[in-house]
Design a protein around this ligand. Structure first.
Ligand SMILES: Cc1cc2nc3c(=O)[nH]c(=O)nc-3n(C[C@H](O)[C@H](O)[C@H](O)COP(=O)(O)OP(=O)(O)OC[C@H]3O[C@@H](n4cnc5c(N)ncnc54)[C@H](O)[C@@H]3O)c2cc1C
Length: 790
């Protein structure tokens, strides 16, 4: 068996200097595995070239494996689509070269394909990408295999292994490697031809044919963030990338040095997303730009070879580029000295994400990220610096800068993103005394001056291009309808919601009395919890925005007769549970007291008829968010939702006020009883009036039996059951009872949402996504994602 170190010594110098050994050892005689992650291209790709070379040298086949996980940070429809489009090109190009390639979508199969293949192969080759999650994935794989493992720098013209020290100033990095760099700029990368295509062993997953697959359907199956849609005018893949590059090098590079700083001049290359995913070769870009010559090309090369690669080399030598400790000492000190400065204008993360800060220019920049997944480089510097005034600390600034950028930007999570974002807090820079509030001696960017340089009106038109003015109607302003609406509206869609109730919220409503301001009962959803990280993100965002508060009641599980303090924190709306829906509904056109009794499809779109026989519409698209029984009734016969018929179970809510406190050890009790289900003290929730008010929710099976009885006639029965069970008199001075005919789905579907492309009609709601408020939220997001991915 050939030893991997022996194999390495046979490589040409230009390849060998790019290899870093993760694991050495004897190479078994099976096949070379190229695990393609961040150099998604078949041309000018040193990792692929080395894989072909070693396969030829050992006279064995080569397999290129690309897996798309759901677990990479900020996985969303946007990133998934860009990667899938790139993988489609790779599949086609490698097929032409006769190189076997498998694409594995983790969302559709849970087989640990990479681990299996790694343990079967002779040598594993991947790219050297110095970003935290890829570092840890590579490390994890190496711990799970004995197979020799190399990583190859396929991203930098000056390989990262060439520099030993961590450079923090661009001029030093530029000057120290001028010759080294110049020697490599014009280097040609001609791939060797694969010689051995002997059959591979049986593969652990069936490869997906990306040429015929409908990518939006694949994405809809993946449990990722569906609220961030693909970017309409930036398609992924080498073909699209090189098309954009050709246009730039033919028409724009000459003026790059004076146009690149004005977002309205459209003078930048917009190649960063393609470079980040390695869908275009930086070697080709550098070579072609160098051959162009002139001031524009020089400036472009300075950005590509110095600023971009400085960040790569810096990340390579920085264990964790997401921490404050990654900044230069002087920046850490000056920012810490300002930590106690009171920030008057702190903003919640959610407002920032949704481009709702107090500053118009910042919001336009953020909207560009939100809708188009890109932000002009010069504006990104002002955007990043400004964010610091709205956070509570420099640590939070770093966290939020990385979050907003990596979540939305197609070039997010790239080493140059880390470099660029941390520049906003002093990286690659020097102190600028005198010290200023909040920023210390970190360079400040004058927003007013930037506004003066930029034609904001023109930039706004540019950012708001592609707005979808075709109208969408949503029936139902519960959590699912509101989530769907808000996601679409944030992306520029025109949405109107109709609800039969007096306000938004649906089953999360709170009962309030007009005569008695202390009569506040969360008589529907009693509290919020999360299990899915995608919902957790928003629960935490609402907490950060003070829309909800945490609630840690002492809960007694009755049957077990033991008092438990909840392990998991629960959340309730502030000052009432319907506050969440009201928060989601702000800035949405919700028409209340509109019961939709009929929907009709016409050539012009959907027409909705309300209880007074008034018509609304036509709307191009229609989304129904009602509980299942009500939705089936409204849906025209020719349309049906796949899967079993879902039923809801009813529940009664008995709201009671007492003159004296009830002497129970707990603030909430969960029963296993024929009629009683949940009994909770409203005043134990934060920001509720101090009145002795308790809400009882009934067992669904009991409510089913008593569904058609007058609810008022059930109050005595329930009070007696409570008294007997708790061994204490239950004698409310005031009470109200509410019947929820459709409280919760009995046997929810797990399809996310339903969409019919032909009729442009869809449905979302808790019952399509596993039930619960979490399901309602995720279902609304899922449907919005489907519409925007079409
Ligand atoms: C008593 C009770 C207890 C619950 N307990 C929990 C719990 O512990 N944990 C949990 O996670 N979830 C719980 N839930 C469920 C949770 O509240 C729901 O899963 C979630 O609120 C559903 O949201 P949705 O948007 O899917 O539907 P809904 O909130 O039902 O929204 C549908 C909307 O459509 C409107 N509508 C209906 N028909 C029409 C029409 N013809 N025209 C116009 N508008 C119409 C309704 O007014 C409503 O606003 C509980 C619910 C109830 C009622």
């Amino acid at each position: 068996m050939t030893h991997s170190s022996e194999l390495l010594s046979t490589l040409e110098d230009k390849y060998r200097e790019r290899v870093r050994i993760i694991k050495n050892g004897p190479c078994r005689s099976s096949f070379i595995l190229y695990w393609m992650c961040t150099a998604m291209r078949s041309d000018e790709n040193p990792a692929l070239d080395i894989a072909i070379y070693t396969a030829n040298r050992l006279s064995i086949p080569l397999l290129v494996y690309q897996g798309l996980s759901n677990r990479y940070p900020f996985a969303s429809d946007r990133h998934h689509m860009f990667i899938l489009e790139g993988a489609r090109d790779v599949q086609q190009q490698l097929a032409k070269k006769g190189i076997p390639y498998i694409f594995h979508l983790e969302g559709t199969s849970r087989v640990p394909a990479l681990k299996i293949l790694a343990n079967m192969s002779s040598l594993i080759i991947t790219e050297d990408m110095p970003i935290p999650h890829l570092r840890s994935w590579t490390q994890k794989l190496s711990q799970n295999t004995e197979t020799p493992f190399w990583k190859v720098d396929s991203a930098c013209i000056l390989p990262m292994s060439v520099s030993n020290q961590r450079y923090e100033r661009a001029f030093r990095f530029r000057d120290d490697f001028t010759t080294n760099r110049n020697n490599r700029i014009l280097q040609e990368w001609l791939s060797p031809t694969l010689e051995h295509t002997t059959p591979l062993p049986t593969l652990p997953v069936a490869p997906i044919d990306l040429q015929s697959a409908i990518l939006s359907n694949l994405i809809a199956q993946c449990p990722i963030d569906h609220t961030i849609p693909p970017v309409q005018d930036t398609r992924g893949g080498s073909k699209a990338g090189y098309q954009r590059w050709k246009k730039f090098i033919l028409h724009s590079i000459e003026a790059y040095h004076y146009k690149r700083n004005d977002p309205n001049a459209h003078g930048s290359s917009r190649m960063s997303a393609y470079l980040h995913y390695g869908q275009v070769s930086p070697f080709r870009l550098a070579r072609e730009a160098a051959r162009k010559k002139g001031k524009g090309a020089e400036k472009y090369l300075d950005e590509l070879l110095i600023w971009r690669e400085l960040s790569y080399h810096w990340c390579d030598k920085t264990p964790n580029p997401t921490r404050l400790s990654a900044l230069p000492q002087w920046a850490q000190i000056t920012l810490s000295q300002q930590s106690s400065t009171v920030r008057l204008q702190q903003q919640p993360w959610e407002s920032l994400l949704r481009a709702k800060s107090p500053n118009h220019l910042w919001n336009l920049a953020q909207q560009s990220l939100l809708r188009h997944g890109e932000l002009h480089n010069n504006l990104r510097m002002t955007w990043g610096k400004m964010l610091h005034q709205w956070t509570e600390s420099p640590e939070q600034t770093i966290r939020w800068l990385l979050d907003l950028n990596n979540r939305l930007a197609l070039d997010g999570r790239d080493p140059s993103s880390y470099g660029g974002l941390l520049w906003c807090l002093g990286l690659f820079d020097r102190p600028f005394p005198p010290s200023k509030k909040i920023y210390g001696t970190v360079r400040v960017r004058d927003e007013k001056a930037h506004r003066g340089r930029l034609n904001q009106e023109r930039y706004m038109q540019h950012v708001r291009r592609n707005e979808n003015t075709s109208s969408t109607a949503i029936v139902g302003a519960g959590i699912s309808g509101l989530t769907c609406a808000r996601t679409l509206i944030d992306q520029g869609h025109n949405v109107k919601i109709f609800d039969k109730a007096r306000g938004p919220g649906g089953r999360t409503s709170t009962r309030i009395s007009r005569q008695d301001e202390d009569w506040i009962f969360d008589h529907g959803l009693p509290f919020i919890q999360f299990t899915d990280p995608r919902f957790e993100l928003w629960v935490k965002a609402w907490k950060n925005a003070d829309v909800i508060r945490s609630w840690n009641p002492k809960i007694k599980l009755w049957k077990k007769d033991s008092l438990l303090t909840t392990e998991r924190t629960l959340y309730v709306g502030n000052p009432k549970n319907s506050s969440v829906a009201e928060h989601l509904a702000s800035e949405i056109n919700v028409q209340t007291q509109e019961r939709i009794v009929q929907i009709r499809y016409t050539k012009q779109g959907w027409i909705l008829t309300n209880q007074h026989k008034n018509e609304h519409g036509p709307f191009l698209r229609l989304i129904l968010t009602l509980p299942p029984e009500q939705l089936y009734e409204l849906l025209p016969n020719r349309l049906s939702i796949p899967g079993h018929k879902v039923h809801s179970h009813p529940q009664h809510a008995l709201m009671m006020r007492f003159t004296q406190p009830l002497h129970l050890e707990a603030e909430a009790i969960q029963f296993q009883h024929h009629s009683l289900y949940w009994f909770c003290k409203e005043s134990s929730k934060p920001t509720r009036p101090p009145e002795h008010q308790w809400t009882l929710l009934t067992q669904p099976s009991w409510s089913s039996k008593h569904l058609e009885e007058d609810p008022k006639s059930l109050v005595d029965i329930l009070c007696t059951d409570l008294s007997n069970t708790l061994q204490t008199p239950i004698e409310p001075v005031q009470h109200q009872i509410h019947r929820w005919r459709y409280a919760q789905a009995d046997n929810p579907l797990q399809i996310g949402s339903w969409w019919n492309e032909e009729y442009q009609i869809g449905a979302c709601g808790d019952w399509l996504h596993g039930g619960s408020i979490e399901g309602a939220f995720l279902s609304g997001a899922h449907l919005a994602g489907r519409l925007m991915t079409q």
